[in-house]
Design a protein around this ligand. Structure first.
Ligand code: SF4
Ligand code: SF4
Length: 478
């Protein structure tokens, strides 16, 4: 240890001292959240999206298109099948387009209604909802679950918990299996599972994806949204005073307090909030929306549903908690006025850019040539004189058939006087296959000065429509 260390060191305490001198830990241990089940408009929407996303996710790999799986990303063969489309890695631009569309959609939805994605369609939300449903079915409602958690271990408690974990694991592994089914034909994968002959990568990804689902939806839950998801951190940058967010109407709700159903709140000098805490009990992230907008709020709207139920029971007007905007709350706007302000320039700009990109991608896809060509000069063969007073250059052409039928392609070349192909000019390529072919090109000795000259290969599909022109160079020796 250094001898010249300062005598008094600044120490950062891990426990804070409260006003009365008692030490208070700055580390709060995680409290498990047991959200109460709800019913209502927004809950129904959440479930509709759970069904929709999961029918697509689990069902899509089983759909057939002709003789093959409708959606398959065959990484080994470097072919991506999406219904009638056969894409090659060279079609990466469409993936870029898809990512730009996804990012812009997220910006647009967030500008309009905050964390719509988080609350309704994010896989973390969706799987947590499904896992919670299983938990509810096996372990009972919120109070039963909390009671059981507080009880000491017993055979009954252990068997309930084991059954829940077994069901969770089965669902998680099925999820992992379905995920791998997007990359390996799912029917073959199913046979491999039965015969216990899955490949090592298939085993790894099935278990990795399955355990990620099990861990995130069964244990981590709201912790993922609060501490791991970067979107939660930067979403506030996309909010403004006209963004629809789940809001508690403080003016109407406060002062809060319990009362009997028949009591007149005006006489009791109370607001509309009966302080039943149901909005906190249903919240999947365990927050109290009455404290104002918090970054933990995923905008799921279940607190809106439960509070509306309470308002209905008391005969009060609905909407003590509702989707509203900062400006609408301050200016007491009606619903129509609020919605008018939601359609502001920023939203219109996002919408215009998003629609233009979607349109551009669709047009580009519809005009896409159903084959691809790569031209490479054969560097092993230099420009050489051949019989007939000609100079020959050799190229390698890769012809990629992006249709599901055998195709023949006719190759011609231009760019110099008398330039022609001396090898085969009509080539067949099997369905969805790629083929490398050597192509010999000859030009008269006096067709051009020594040096490099631009030329073009013209490729025509004979069995379907399509034409491509690929640039290359022809070398004339000195
Ligand atoms: S559910 Fe409504 S009434 Fe009950 S505590 Fe929350 S805001 Fe108040
Ligand atoms: S506060 Fe309401 S909207 Fe926000 S996460 Fe909790 S239940 Fe969902």
């Amino acid at each position: 240890m250094s001898t010249d260390a300062p005598k008094s060191r600044k120490v950062i305490p891990i426990a804070a001292q409260s006003a009365d001198g008692e030490l208070v830990s700055l580390y709060a241990s995680h409290q498990k959240i047991h959200p109460r089940s709800t019913t209502g408009f927004f809950t129904n929407w959440r479930w509709a999206l759970v069904w929709l996303t999961q029918i697509i996710f689990y069902g899509l790999p089983w759909l057939e298109w002709g003789q093959r799986q409708a959606v398959l990303f065959d990484l080994g063969a470097r072919r991506f099948y999406i219904f009638g489309l056969v894409l090659y890695p060279q079609d990466f631009i469409y993936l870029t387009g898809l990512m730009v569309i996804s990012a812009l959609s997220l910006f647009l939805f967030t500008a309009v209604a905050g964390r719509l994605w988080c609350g309704y369609a994010c896989p973390q939300t969706v799987y947590t909802e499904i896992f919670l449903w299983i938990e509810h079915k096996v372990e009972g409602n919120r109070s039963a679950r909390m009671r059981r958690d507080a009880q000491p271990w017993s055979v009954a408690k252990a068997s309930r918990k084991s059954l829940k974990h077994l069901l969770w694991l089965m669902l998680a592994l099925w999820t992992g299996f379905s995920f791998v089914g997007y990359f390996t034909p799912i029917k073959e994968l199913g046979v491999e599972v039965i015969q216990m002959s899955m490949g090592s990568w298939e085993i790894f990804w099935t278990f990795f994806y399955g355990f990620a689902t099990y861990g995130n939806a069964g244990f981590m839950r709201e912790q993922v949204c609060k501490h791991m998801c970067p979107y939660a951190r930067f979403q506030s940058a996309m909010f403004d005073k006209d963004t629809l967010i789940v809001t508690y109407d403080t003016e109407r709700g406060e002062p809060r307090g319990a009362r009997s159903r028949s009591a007149d709140p005006k006489v009791l000098k109370l607001g509309a909030c009966v302080d039943c805490s149901l909005c906190v009990q249903v919240c999947p992230t365990g927050i109290d929306i009455r404290k104002g907008l918090q970054y933990e709020c995923i905008g799921c709207g279940v607190c809106v549903d439960v509070c509306d139920t309470v308002m209905d029971k008391l005969g009060y007007e609905r909407g003590l908690i509702k989707y509203s905007t900062d400006n609408a709350m301050k200016n007491h706007w009606s619903q129509a006025q609020t919605l008018r302000h939601v359609l502001r320039p920023r939203v219109l700009v996002y919408t215009t850019i998003l629609s233009s990109i979607v349109l551009a991608v669709l047009i580009s896809l519809s005009m896409r040539t159903p084959f691809k060509v790569d031209v490479v000069r054969d560097r092993g063969v230099t420009a050489r004189p051949v019989a007939g007073g000609k100079i020959e250059n050799v190229y390698r052409l890769q012809l990629m058939n992006a249709t599901e039928k055998q195709q023949r392609y006719k190759i011609t070349v231009n760019g110099l006087p008398g330039l022609q192909i001396s090898s085969e000019t009509v080539l067949a390529v099997e369905s969805t296959q790629a083929r490398w072919v050597p192509v010999r090109v000859q030009a008269p000795f006096d067709a051009a000065a020594p040096g490099s000259h631009p030329i073009h290969f013209e490729i025509d599909a004979l069995d379907s429509s399509g034409h491509l022109s690929e640039k290359s160079v022809f070398l004339m020796p000195r």
